[in-house]
Design a protein around this ligand. Structure first.
Ligand code: ADP
Ligand code: MG
Length: 616
């Protein structure tokens, strides 16, 4: 056996290996170069790429620049100017300065650095190829630094093969530049691809920058959030559920102003949207976390894309509750925007909608008759227990939610009717039904349009979830129990689901051989065809189970609310409409149905005026 000697790897090989971790693709080069330029105090940046970055990447800045010795040294492994003394070692941990980027890039590409400090007459140009310095010259240049990276991975064929198509690599590049753009609005940024401008952003505020990057439509769908605690300062925006997207793009998290990916925060935000979006949709978010650098480790990932937080659970709780609150409070009403309106470019306010909540005395607007069922058709108030089986729509809309806290109990819930949505004068409010489908009502500064089916669905859905959560059931016993016959498979499924049906308020007895006897139903169930409801709910349950899997109870709540809600085509009395709207705004999420569709559309008088060419 030959004796092997321990050998230290030559630097240029070590760098090549290290480069594999730090530099995975052209976008990683751009990320590192941009970080360096920002660290050097740049206020103007130009990023130019060609062929998806594989042929050419250039970043020019107007930052501090370097003298000759530093320019040469900057390509050495572990060379960093950002740790001057031993005490500064803390900075490695806190900011992740490791002096690896330039050495890594220089090891796997042909790199030219041209740099000049304010106090020097001329710029110095250093050329590095495959980790070796090949040229040092002097030239003229403004103060600042230009790094040009050509033929990335020219000497690492395996890496080169691993790169994707130019358009895919370009998308990664664009993502990277966009993230820097978002987190540094005060820096002007020009991005060029194959000699064509992709975007050219002026320095400005965050609001300006977001408008430039995302456009007005997207920005209008954002809800501002902010929360400061001992642990973390969180600020930024989350998207209204109705503007959710089918891809994972549009999720921006910055830790101490550096882009990161973090599952905890991601889950926390998703949890807030749980019942607001269809499966397969993703919420938009853009959050800036400010955390004491000593309470987070940014060195757990080679390109610093992940971080480890000291108290991940606390972070989860903060972000989840912040998001939930923001969604509940923001008047996330999809309003009709007039695309061609003259105001399309009007500057945006970045404050969430200003609500003045109705006071205890003012609200709820449409008083629920106490302790009984109000029959909208006859004007009678029936004691709840006396309600007959044939009370129809009115009965379901007016059924007092037995264990309900919707109206009496929880004042926080009652606040949900924003003043802007309250009819302008109590009692005289105009309200009418359009095509037995939509409820139209005059509100303070415009018109409110409510989809009656999804509105009722939302009400019943939250009620059902409440019942599951509180285990307080209430049942309306049927005078004439109904029998239904199911297939063996359905019967088996039904037997499994019975405890949940029971909590919802159904009283169902299994009699074997596929036979079920329905003896009672929830007070808000569609009356008359109780047997049919159970079958329909079961059918829908199976459908959701296949196409939109969720928890058993959530699925059941969705299926039940969909099947028991008033339908498009049901004619409603005025009282029924009022009650529906009142109850809708007492829910947690009046604007989005359990499947993510909008419930309410608001058209402001201003918009109508503009439409009709009125300049008031
Ligand atoms: P790090 O950023 O971790 O210090 P790098 O390898 O990215 O390591 O950069 C090495 C050093 O080169 C930096 O510390 C900095 O002094 C210098 N440097 C790199 N890019 C620039 C730039 N655009 N302007 C001024 N100095 C730069
Ligand atoms: Mg760096």
């Amino acid at each position: 056996m030959t004796r092997r000697k321990v050998a230290v790897l030559p630097d240029h090989i070590a760098n090549k290996i290290a480069a594999g971790e730090v530099i995975q693709r052209p976008a990683s080069v751009v990320k590192e170069l941009l970080e360096n330029a920002l660290d050097a105090g740049a206020t103007h940046l130009v990023v130019s790429v060609k062929d998806g970055g594989r042929a050419f990447i250039q970043v020019s800045d107007d930052g501090a620049g370097m003298d000759e010795a530093d320019a040469v040294a900057s390509f050495l492994r572990h060379a960093t100017s950002k740790i001057a003394s031993y005490e500064d070692l803390e900075a490695i941990r806190t900011f992740g300065f490791r002096g690896e980027a330039l050495a890594s890039i220089g090891a796997v590409a042909q790199v030219t650095m041209k740099t000049r400090r304010a106090e020097d007459e001329v710029a110095v140009t250093v050329q590095v190829e495959g980790g070796k310095q090949i040229r040092l010259t002097r030239e003229a240049r403004e103060v600042g630094t230009t790094l040009t990276v050509q033929n990335l991975f020219y000497n690492v064929p395996a890496r080169r093969k691993f790169l994707k198509s130019n358009s895919t690599e370009f998308r990664h590049l664009e993502d990277e530049v966009q993230r820097v753009a978002i987190s540094n609005p005060s820096v002007a940024l020009h991005f060029v691809n194959d000699d064509e401008t992709v975007f050219k952003l002026k320095a400005g505020t965050l609001a300006d920058r977001l408008l430039d990057v995302f456009g007005q439509r997207k920005v209008e769908s954002l809800i501002e959030v902010h929360e400061k605690s001992d642990l973390v300062d969180v600020r930024g925006f989350i998207g209204k559920p109705s503007f959710s997207q089918r891809t994972r793009q549009g999720q921006y998290l910055f830790l101490n102003n550096r882009y990161i990916v973090n599952r905890t925060v991601n889950h926390a935000i998703f949890s807030a949207y749980e019942h607001l979006m269809e499966k397969g949709s993703f919420p938009f978010y853009l959050l800036f976390l400010d955390i004491d650098p000593r309470r987070v480790d940014v060195n757990v990932h080679p390109s610093k894309l992940e971080a480890k937080f000291e108290d991940e659970q606390a972070l989860y709780r903060i972000v989840a509750s912040l998001s939930r609150r923001a969604l509940a409070e923001a008047g996330a009403i999809p309003s009709l925007t007039m695309q061609e309106g003259p105001d399309a470019n009007a500057p945006l306010r970045f404050t969430s909608r200003q609500h003045s909540w109705p006071t205890e005395k003012e609200s709820p607007l449409w008083q629920f008759p106490e302790g009984g069922t109000f029959n909208g058709k006859t004007g009678e108030i029936l004691p709840f227990t006396d309600r007959g089986g044939g009370a129809g729509i009115a009965a379901r809309l007016f059924a007092p939610p037995a264990e309900e806290s919707l109206f009496e109990g929880d004042p926080a819930r009652r606040q949900a009717l924003p003043s802007g949505l309250r009819p302008d004068a109590e009692g005289t409010t105009l309200i009418w039904q359009l095509h037995n489908k939509y409820i139209l009502s005059q509100i303070k500064n415009g018109l409110l349009i409510v989809d009656q089916h999804v509105a009722h669905e939302r009400i019943l859905y939250e009620r059902a979830l409440d019942r599951f959560a509180t285990s307080m059931r209430s049942t309306q016993q049927l005078l004439f129990p109904q029998t239904i016959q199911l297939s063996a498979a359905d019967y088996a499924l039904m037997t499994e689901l019975l405890p949940h049906f029971d909590l919802l308020g159904f009283d169902i007895k299994p009699f074997g051989k596929g036979t079920l006897v329905i003896e009672g139903v929830p007070p808000d169930a569609r009356s008359g065809k109780e047997g049919k409801i159970v079958e329909e709910v079961l059918a829908l349950y199976k459908e959701y189970e296949q196409h939109a899997p969720t928890s058993v109870r959530d699925n059941l709540a969705k299926s039940y609310s969909c099947k028991s809600a008033v339908k498009a085509g049901d004619s409603l009395t005025e009282e029924e409409m009022r009650s529906l709207i009142d109850q809708l705004f007492a829910t947690k999420m009046p604007y989005v149905c359990p499947h993510g569709r909008p419930i309410v559309v608001r058209i402001s008088i201003d918009e109508l005026d503009r439409r009709f060419g009125r300049t008031s």
